[in-house]
Ligand binder design. Structure first.
Ligand code: NAD
Length: 321
């Protein structure tokens, strides 16, 4: 198992805190840094809360979590965070110029062997790392939110990323109990963002056209296709949906229906301000509870799903999907 001597997380928003909690929960030494002192203060509390929540959710053993938390360093200095780190995770907001500027500042401070990854949700790696001199050790590791719970991480090469760096990122992620998905090449939004954006656009459209309420739509997805997709991805789902004939039979019987729906699906690319207001109002009306409370409930359900999936998975891993 390859593990880093120290991880530096730069940016302590939702994702930076999640990365720090995940690495600390594996007992790894982590240093976290944010430009904003108020965020740093909140992050100190949040990393501990989210790391310990993993024990309560049965996702990490207490002794290892406590060891990780003793080694957690919050620092006011970028150089201190990066010193001796062999994995540097950039997790600042999705702004390509800000990322380029930060990464250019990180490069001379980083050790020769350090791996540098960005948490971007979909920016092209060639742009993110556009101001770096060495690209062999740069790549994107795109987590899903919350990173300490959802196991998939997209690994996206820059084009000049070395195979050794790709392998190392994959090994680090596997050591953290993640499922790294390696993209063969970069595409805006990567894979997860594009699939999510396609589904969300149709969901928004159905709500704004008055076909269904926000909470019923959410239930229709989370207890419908999403629960099926948690057990088998969309292709396997349809391969299993038409008896012995598999996907051949499915396409014979149902492709025409899908084709007629595809013609009618939403294809807009922007929401005007009035539509944005209507969408926000409908979502806030549907979910009146505090975000913190709703998030805790979501995390409980997520960890129960993960536990169930882990128990049901064949030991050989032969039944993929
Ligand atoms: N939020 C999500 O659901 C999600 C999911 C996956 C990936 N991502 C990606 O992860 C990254 C971080 O997202 P987030 O939601 O945590 O953002 P965020 O806005 O919550 O946090 C970003 C943090 O970075 C800090 N920051 C800005 N410039 C900095 C600098 N130069 N040095 C140090 N700190 C700096 C800010 O003070 C802020 O605390 C983005 O690239 C985003 O696209 C987000």
């Amino acid at each position: 198992m390859t593990i880093p001597r120290k991880v530096a997380v730069i940016g302590a928003g939702d994702i930076g805190v999640g990365w720090a909690a995940l690495c600390a929960s594996a007992g790894w030494p982590v240093a976290i840094f944010d430009l904003n002192p108020a965020t740093m203060e909140r992050a100190s509390v949040e990393v501990e809360r989210r790391t310990r929540a993993l024990v309560a959710l049965d996702r990490a053993p207490e002794s290892i979590v406590e060891r990780g938390l003793t080694e957690l360093v919050r620092t006011e200095f970028l150089s201190e965070a990066i010193q001796d780190a062999d994995w540097i995770i950039e997790a600042i907001h999705e702004d390509v110029l800000a990322k380029q500027k930060l990464l250019a500042a990180i490069e001379p401070l980083a050790g020769d062997d350090a791996l540098i990854s960005s948490s971007s949700s979909g920016l092209p790696p060639t742009e993110i790392f556009g101001r770096m001199r060495r690209l062999d050790r740069c790549l994107v590791t795109h987590p899903l939110n919350p990173p300490e719970l959802i196991p998939i991480v997209e690994v996206v090469p820059e084009g000049r990323t070395s195979a050794a760096s790709m392998n190392r990122a994959v090994e680090y992620l596997r050591s953290l109990g993640r499922f790294p998905i390696v993209l063969k090449k970069s595409i805006p939004g990567y894979v997860v963002g594009r699939v999510s954006a396609a589904v969300w656009r149709e969901c928004i459209d159905l709500v704004l056209r008055g076909v269904i309420s926000v909470d019923d739509l959410d239930r229709a997805v989370s207890l419908g296709p999403a629960i099926g997709w948690a057990a088998a991805g969309p292709h396997l789902t349809y391969h299993l949906a038409a008896g012995e004939g598999g996907i051949r039979s499915f396409t014979q019987h149902l492709l025409a229906s899908f084709e007629s729906w595809w013609q009618q699906l939403a294809h807009w690319a922007q929401l005007d301000p009035e539509q944005q207001r209507a969408l926000i109002q409908s979502i806030e009306r549907a979910y009146k509870g505090k975000v913190e409370f709703l998030r805790e409930a979501r995390d409980r359900r997520l960890s129960a799903i993960l536990k169930g999936l882990e128990q049901a998975r064949a030991p050989s891993g032969s039944e993929s999907g």
